[in-house]
Write a protein that binds this ligand. Structure first.
Ligand code: PGA
Length: 252
């Protein structure tokens, strides 16, 4: 049985001064759901406040990116050691917004993911096709490439610290959600691709989240699918009640 994991991706929407309030509200609203892993991934500058507010609750804290070099002349970058030192336990890697706006490639996703896992962070590695890629019949090719290059040299042992998020780019922040069947089809493809990399037995243990306009109203039917083990939540993670509604849907 894979433990469900619901993670918020706050993107760039919450300032440090209001971080504690949102984390505390999330912790309060989700405290009854001890069988679900609940995570808030915040801007790096919010991490210390989030960690302090989450102390003693069921909420884990993560960041939204990390660099692969531990130290040195990399102006503006945040290392895995810095995140761990601040109390983060998770980090999102390769979100489509980073691929789209910040030059992230499958190769840099691989460097970041391996560095995060080696440091002991849980890496939430994002994959997903654009509308154009899906329309052009390239869904399988794109997902396989993102998996094969992005997870190159990730071992079966590393998979204890790996979560994959399937986020169809056309569904992010658009209100368009993949249907449960569409999502399940790609989750199964992701698991099959992972099985070729690390073995079927290990692939069965890795959680695969769905992300893209997930909300309380559509979460239960997505989470009921065989290979959908959680959600990576953008907009709905900014309201504790909505986020908690998705956490609650894991029990449906
Ligand atoms: P959304 O974002 O829930 O606002 O669509 C999901 C994500 O980008 O992780």
């Amino acid at each position: 049985m894979r433990r469900k994991i619901i993670a918020g991706n706050w993107k760039r929407n919450v300032k440090p001064s209001v971080t504690a309030d949102l984390v505390k509200a999330v912790a309060e609203a989700t405290k009854g759901f001890t069988n679900v892993e609940v995570v808030c991934c915040t801007p790096a500058i919010d991490v210390p406040a989030a960690v302090a507010a989450a102390a003693g609750t069921n909420v884990g804290v993560g960041a939204e990116n990390c660099h692969w070099k531990e130290s040195g002349a990399y102006t503006g970058e945040i290392s895995t050691g810095m995140l761990l030192d601040a109390g983060a336990k998770y980090v999102i890697i390769g979100h489509s917004e980073r691929r789209q706006y910040f030059g992230e490639t499958d190769e840099t996703v691989n460097l970041r993911a391996r560095a995060a896992i080696a440091a002991g962070l849980t890496a939430i590695v994002c994959v997903g096709e654009t509308d154009e890629e899906r329309e052009a019949g390239k869904l399988v090719e794109v997902i396989e490439r993102q998996m094969n290059v992005g997870l190159k040299d990730v071992t079966a042992a590393d998979c204890a610290k790996l979560v994959i998020a399937y986020e169809p780019v056309w569904a992010i922040g658009t209100g368009k959600t993949a249907t449960p069947d569409q999502a399940q089809e790609v989750h199964a493809l992701i698991r099959a691709t992972l099985a070729k990399l690390v073995g079927a037995e290990t692939a069965e243990t890795v959680r695969i989240q769905y992300g893209g306009s997930m909300k309380p109203g559509n979460a239960a039917e997505l989470l009921a699918k065989k290979d959908i083990d959680g959600g990576l939540i953008g907009g709905a993670a900014l309201k504790a009640a909505d986020f908690a509604g998705i956490v609650a849907a894991t029990n449906a």
